[in-house]
Design a protein around this ligand. Structure first.
Ligand code: F3S
Length: 389
């Protein structure tokens, strides 16, 4: 792999252990994927922030990097953590809170923005054609497919290394030739809501693997709804982008999806044998301001039923903009949690055994990561289940 004189000198240790370690991670990754060089990035987004999913072992590595004066060179955001200060922080024991605070502290020392969201594109929209190193899979598909920004799906360590060096190896979908669709998917049904778009994502993720689909027949709909497709396709498979336009496809493979497959996928993701779940969770991926508004409209005059919790997750950035919406949702008995999400939080320690959600990604992960039975349904049905009467 070609390195500039400056990169070589960092590689040899002239800028200290932290920079040397980070550039070595990037070079190793680049060599694995036959990258010819490193390219500059506009931003990085780091996953592996929740103590629940990260565990203890990596904390010492983060501390060592911060102690060795590692500092990010580009704007770097963080994925959600395992609790929030308004609600879960008051319910969960200290031994789960302290390591989480320690993780955030080490990231802060390195200059990462405490965004704690999986929707960094709401904080700052990346420019068309700009290069990034993002590690949140749903955001990777959203950025590549809906914003025409370019990023591979990084792991937490490689995104952090890229942030500290300000560069990433030039491979994968940083290269034009690797962004071409190589499978065509024809949708033979009218996808009616965000849940059906999510179900399509789960189905495609499992079917196309790491291929790039060109999807024909997607409804004309909002990015908020398409966000469910982005999150789900990345949850069940390795595709990092999709296209709407099939005209450039030199595919060898053609697939079709019908209403029966969508229905079956939703049924497979709805294993809870109740219509009164312990938790109704909205905000995977984190809610946009528009989604907060929509939830608020459906919440007016309602009251969350006893025995059910309603969590609406978003970033602290959106929460600040959504002041009135937050008040109304909370007046109805819901909880607006920022910087956290159900999947990476300790729901099982709160006795939550059934989770209803409009997110196919959450329904896909709930059995393994939350030890909970999911119910997948559109927003209106989720809220109907959350409210009395
Ligand atoms: Fe975001 Fe958590 Fe879903 S990180 S994409 S809300 S699983």
């Amino acid at each position: 792999m070609y390195l500039t004189r400056e990169e070589e000198s960092i590689y040899d240790g002239s800028s200290g252990w932290a920079n040397q370690t980070c550039i070595r991670i990037l070079v190793r990754l680049g060599e694995l994927f036959n990258a010819e060089k490193l390219i500059p990035i506009d931003s990085a987004h780091v996953s592996g922030v929740s103590y629940k999913t990260l565990g203890d072992a990596p904390i010492e590595f983060l501390r060592a990097l911060a102690d060795a004066d590692a500092r990010v060179k580009v704007r770097t955001t963080l994925n959600p953590q395992s609790l929030d200060s308004h609600y879960l922080g008051k319910k969960l024991p200290k031994h789960l809170q302290e390591p989480q605070l320690d993780i955030l502290k080490q990231f802060k020392r390195m200059g990462l923005t405490q965004s704690l969201t999986c929707t960094p594109y709401y904080l700052q929209r990346p420019k068309r054609g700009s290069h990034h190193a993002w590690a949140e899979s749903s955001a990777v598909v959203y950025a590549n497919s809906l914003l025409s920004a370019w990023t591979n799906r990084e792991g937490g360590p490689s995104a952090l290394a890229a942030a500290i060096i300000g560069k990433t190896p030039d491979y994968g979908i940083h290269k034009t030739e690797n962004r071409q669709p190589n499978v065509t998917v024809k949708i033979e049904t009218k996808l009616k809501n965000e849940t059906e778009l999510g179900a399509l994502g789960i189905l495609l993720g499992k079917t196309v693997g790491d291929k790039i689909p060109a999807i024909k027949g997607l409804p004309t709909t909002s990015k908020d709804r398409l966000k469910q497709l982005c999150a789900a396709i990345a949850a069940s498979g390795m595709a990092n982008m999709f296209h709407f336009d099939c005209s450039r496809t030199k595919e060898t493979e053609k697939l079709s999806v019908d209403s029966h497959q969508i229905k079956q996928t939703i049924e497979e993701l709805s294993t809870a044998a109740t219509n009164q779940p312990d938790l109704v969770f909205l905000g995977c991926p984190h809610c946009s301001l528009n989604e907060m508004k929509r939830i608020t409209q459906l919440t007016e005059g309602k009251k969350v039923r006893a025995g059910t919790e309603l969590w609406v997750c978003t970033s602290c950035h959106i929460r600040q903009m959504a002041g009135d919406y937050v008040k109304k949702i909370e007046r109805a008995g819901g909880h607006v949690l920022d910087g956290v999400c159900t999947v990476v939080s300790w729901t099982e320690k709160l006795g939550i055994e059934t989770i209803m959600t409009n997110s196919a990604k959450t329904a896909y992960y709930a059995p393994t990561l939350n030890k909970a039975e999911p119910l997948l349904a559109p927003l209106q049905d989720c809220l109907k289940a959350a409210f009395q009467g």
